[in-house]
Write a protein that binds this ligand. Structure first.
Ligand code: GLY
Length: 341
């Protein structure tokens, strides 16, 4: 159980730079860059490598949209990241199903839900955005769309993730063959009911030299979920939102809770009303806690935000939420402040 934090003191707590083991105070963070200084931010420590991929685009004057797609593709292709793309942990029936979304500076957006067999769901989401009149495709239809448009079908379940799933099956009371009632979700049967270790979505936000924002979010979702479950990541406004006049936001954590408050949209609206990115994320986490204080004692949700001026910040329910930042003057991983300590 996490002890409740002192709310008033929380705003004054320092952020911690974890990459180099050096502590940074909140005021030591990278200053708000002058307009048109490119910057990319993304969730979790593995965001650092993904940011480097995005920076290959941004640092050469490229578009934020191209940068976020290139960046998150690195996490999607990395089998050691078991919460995103190839190598993601499967659902309780052993299927790897992926969710992703992308959004640009003009409110163009695309998303894909419960997609199987495709290494880069983010690129399918972008293709849906750019080549169809729709925003979201799901399941078999999304797969058929991807295959018809040049994507290659592959097995996304790595031996490591298959092994983890089989270990989980030994402990879980879930027996797929037994009966249909057994397929009903029971939190008591779930050894990881949305714990902090189970939701490391990558969300990435970028500002390019032209002053335009874009974002991308991609995940294999909750491990051992019911087949067909969709989280917040592909829901525009929940897992990702971009508004060039206000800012961009993304989320990681228990998607069901983020969807309930359309969390990333709320963060952006708080920034529109004048809050700095970290405070906008904090207010959004407070909204979650107000709605369900008991549940929030044990689950993790983190928000990350980037303003239209390139200021950034994050905030989470539980400690441990990190985010990576890359600009022409910094490359760091920060530990976000959290409601509980
Ligand atoms: N935030 C990712 C998920 O819940 O699927």
């Amino acid at each position: 159980m996490f002890s409740r934090r002192n709310f008033l003191k929380s705003a004054a707590l320092t952020s911690v730079m974890v990459g180099a083991g050096k502590r940074l105070g909140a005021r030591d963070r990278t200053p708000v860059p002058a307009k048109n200084n490119p910057i990319v931010v993304s969730t979790w420590d593995f965001g650092k490598v993904a940011n480097a991929g995005a920076w290959n685009v941004l640092g050469n004057g490229g578009r934020a949209l191209d940068a976020v797609e290139a960046g998150v593709k690195i996490a999607e292709a990395d089998p050691s990241v078991q919460t995103v793309g190839y190598g993601g942990l499967p659902d309780r029936d052993g299927f790897v199903t992926l969710d992703a979304s992308i959004m640009d500076e003009n409110h163009n957006c695309g998303s894909v839900m419960c997609l199987e067999h495709i290494m880069h769901p983010i690129s399918v989401a972008r293709m849906i955005m750019e080549k169809t009149p729709h925003i979201a495709l799901a399941g078999e239809g999304a797969l058929q769309f991807a295959l018809a448009n040049g994507f290659t079908k592959m097995n996304l379940l790595t031996p490591a993730s298959e092994n983890d799933w089989k270990e989980w099956m030994k402990k879980a009371r879930y027996i797929p063959e037994k009966n249909i009632e057994n397929r009903l979700y029971s939190r008591e049967d779930d050894p990881m009911p949305g714990g902090p270790e189970n939701h490391d979505t990558i969300g990435m936000l970028a500002l390019d030299a032209a002053g335009n924002l874009s974002g991308a979010c991609t995940t294999s979702g909750l491990a051992y979920k019911i087949h067909g479950r969709v989280g917040d990541s592909p829901i525009i406004g929940a897992g990702l939102y971009v508004d060039n006049e206000a800012g961009a936001a993304t989320s990681s954590g228990v998607g069901e809770e983020v969807m309930r408050i359309v969390g990333s949209h709320l963060v952006v609206e708080y920034m529109r009303s004048g809050l700095a990115p970290d405070m906008a994320c904090k207010k959004t986490v407070e909204r979650l806690i107000k709605i369900n204080p008991e549940k929030c004692k044990t689950i993790q949700v983190g928000f990350l935000a980037l303003s239209r001026n390139g200021a950034y910040g994050g905030y989470s329910i539980q400690p441990g939420f990190t985010y990576a930042v890359k600009s022409d003057r910094t490359e760091q991983i920060f530990k976000a402040n959290s409601y509980y300590q």
